[in-house]
Design a protein. Structure first.
Length: 552
């Protein structure tokens, strides 16, 4: 059946052509390992389970279990006017294989996790797009497939420290800087970067000539509002001649540039590394609306884009829904995170949203993609953050009290592909959190302040559970009423308002706030006697987490 308006089409390679042409005869086909018979998706030259390299194509039944769905209200694409349903299904032949798809030919209000689904193909140009509808005859919902590793068992897969010596003991964070933060500043993003960088160097009591390393995420490239040009642009503007530099997106989330800088300093490649992160989303959007620049960005994954899954919200909303299904979490649970961040932002003059927010406001806000509404999503803004990482032996001679690094957590245990990863938590939090606690004798009860990534409310919930501030699946009780995460609670959380209210500085703003708290320089929002802070970075990407401590 040909669509009147063509939806976005996938890029097709010789390795994936079989999948997108399969529906011509009404059969769904998946790659299979000939050695162990495992189904492999997306297609690979080697089986991830037995490492065999004899692959073939298998026609499967086309039946699957509905393991996630979200009703998109915010985004619209050619051939996919809102609202539409983005979904994930697990194949009956091998539930480890999940397909992102659209649910069609049914009322979204009648969908339930665990429903049996069947494939139906829609032709879009030369591509046959596999969509799914409830199977006929209908059957009661089934149990969802389990993760290959249960969340509570992740710690059993953490690799032990290879040596007793820790690179963290050789470094200190000595400077922080921030540019103007705001909506539609209409400023050159490189100018914002340089504001933050020069402020961080001055804060540390250094000169630009002292900087011998540069590190950033995600670096240069066609990244729209998420880069100012990377290391190349900053070196060109400031004339720094680094002995080491780093810039790229495949690292431990936005804080990966800071962890990379620590490794460079500990390894003797540099003494003072300047790390920076810039976003200019609101100005960028204004330029696009005015026709000054062409739009770019958004997810362009060939396994996601044809189904309108173009935002991290579409993937994470389904993970949140599964958490609701398994543990009894609900929208109000997420609401306490949003309300906490807004209350904290009221005490930070640089925060973008400072007006009071009530639970009624949160619950009645316009939907984005279920179960997320407006206040579940971070605030696009313009701004830059910079951090200086120095050799520990230099810290005593610099201008600010140093902040030391107790431990980092970086291990990847779950699959990296968003829709093939863990079912009930944000991908890439469980392994990294478990790894952190193997590199320190401190424990969650020693943490005085937590600055946890909150691109969406559910990111933050996932980190709270992963780091052990409550048990897996216990966030509903822990967050009830918001008292535990308030500034005077058990776990003061995102004390400057986080990304939900202060602004989306993509994790680096959380590092800035953690350091300000540990220095005792957070003003009205200061947590008394804060000596240990945990700060996480990244959402869905290979993420990272750091445990920082004060020297005061």
């Amino acid at each position: 059946m040909a669509e009147r308006t063509q939806r976005p089409l996938p890029s097709i390679t010789p390795e994936t052509e079989f999948y997108w042409a399969s529906g011509a005869d009404g059969r769904l086909r998946i790659q299979q390992c000939r050695s162990c018979t495992a189904l492999i998706h997306p297609p690979q030259p080697v089986c991830r389970y037995c490492r065999g390299d004899r692959m073939e194509i298998r026609a499967v039944s086309g039946f699957a279990t509905l393991i996630g769905f979200t009703v998109n209200h915010r985004f619209a694409l050619p051939g996919l006017p809102a609202p539409y349903v983005v979904a994930q299904v697990a194949l009956e032949e091998d539930s480890r294989v999940r397909l992102t798809t659209n649910v069609v030919q049914c009322d979204p209000a009648e969908l339930e996790l665990g429903l049996r689904m069947e494939v139906v193909f829609h032709q879009a140009g030369a591509v046959w797009v596999p969509l799914f509808r409830p199977a006929d005859p209908a059957s009661p919902p089934a149990a969802l497939p389990a993760d290959p590793i249960e969340p509570s068992a992740i710690r059993e897969h953490v690799r032990p420290m290879p040596t007793a010596e820790k690179f963290e003991d050789k470094v200190a964070i000595t400077g922080i800087g921030r540019s103007r933060i705001g909506r539609r500043l209409m400023a050159d993003p490189l100018a914002l970067t340089l504001e933050a960088c020069r402020a961080a160097v001055e804060d540390a009591g250094l000169r630009l000539e002292d900087i011998d390393g540069l590190s950033t995420y995600p670096g240069s490239g066609n990244l729209g509002p998420f880069t100012e040009g990377g290391v190349t642009a900053v070196e060109s503007a400031l004339g720094i001649r680094p002995t080491w530099y780093n810039g790229g997106a495949e690292t431990f989330g936005p804080g990966g540039s800071v962890i990379a800088a620590m490794l460079a300093v500990a390894g003797g490649l540099a003494r003072h590394v300047l790390c920076f992160r810039t976003v200019w989303e609101s100005t960028y959007a204004e330029h696009v609306r005015a026709g000054r620049i062409a739009p770019s960005g958004g997810i362009t994954d060939p396994w996601l884009t044809p189904f309108g899954a173009i935002s991290a919200a579409h993937l994470l909303a389904q993970t949140a829904q599964r958490h609701f299904h398994r543990y009894g979490t609900d929208r109000e649970t997420l609401g306490w995170i949003a309300l906490n961040q807004r209350a904290n932002a009221a005490l930070d003059p640089s925060a973008i949203y400072r007006d009071p927010l009530t639970m009624d406001d949160y619950l009645s806000a316009r939907p984005v993609t279920t179960p997320f509404g407006l206040y579940d999503c971070d605030v696009p803004c313009d701004g830059a953050i910079a951090v200086v990482v120095s050799a520990r032996e230099t810290a005593a001679d610099l201008a600010q009290p140093p902040v030391f690094v107790e431990a980092v957590g970086t291990q990847v245990i779950e699959r990296l592909e968003w829709d093939q990863s863990t079912l009930t938590h944000e991908p890439q939090v469980l392994g990294q959190a478990a790894h952190l606690w193997t590199r320190t004798t401190l424990r969650p009860g020693d943490v005085d302040v937590a600055e946890l990534y909150d691109g969406f409310t559910f990111n933050c919930l996932s980190w709270i559970e992963a780091l052990g501030f409550c048990g897996i699946g216990e966030a509903k009780d822990f967050l009830q009423g918001g008292k535990n995460i308030a500034r005077d609670g058990l776990l003061p959380l995102n004390t400057h308002g986080g990304q939900l209210s202060h602004g989306r500085t993509h994790g680096m703003g959380l590092i800035h706030e953690a350091i300000a708290q540990l220095r005792g320089q957070a003003g009205e929002r200061q947590i008394p006697d804060a000596r240990v802070a945990v700060v996480s970075s990244g959402g869905l990407t290979p993420s990272g987490v750091m445990l920082l401590r004060a020297d005061r």
